[in-house]
Ligand binder design. Sequence first.
Ligand code: 5GP
Length: 114
Amino acid sequence: MGETLFAKIIRREIPADIVYEDDEVLAFRDIHPQAPVHVLFIPKQAIATLNDVTAEQAGLLGRLLLAAADYAKREGFAEGGYRTVINCNEHGGQTVFHLHVHLLAGRPMLWPPG
Ligand code: 5GP
């Protein structure tokens, strides 16, 4: 699996509106937002899909989700609520093959999703 544009965002080779960064995680606004708040949380390590996460990387997966929850608390919409989504492969609607958690907020979310 070749490198994706998210690797270029991590290396600052293409611009992104970065809202959070630590040693392992980068978060930036989605270029085509599906809600008033739409942020992508990605591991700096290149992992293509959720299927490719190993047991050793379980902590990293948790830290991605915690980074999203912490962001929601900091930005003041945690109590109101939000949605996190990980799309996996074709039926999941994944288009960028670098693992990412979508954080969507700022409007009520529909369930079930389309
Ligand atoms: P997926 O469909 O793989 O779950 O989500 C990929 C997301 O990446 C999409 O919501 C898409 O809008 C976003 N995206 C694709 N290219 C770029 C880009 O160059 N910059 C940013 N910030 N987001 C992107």
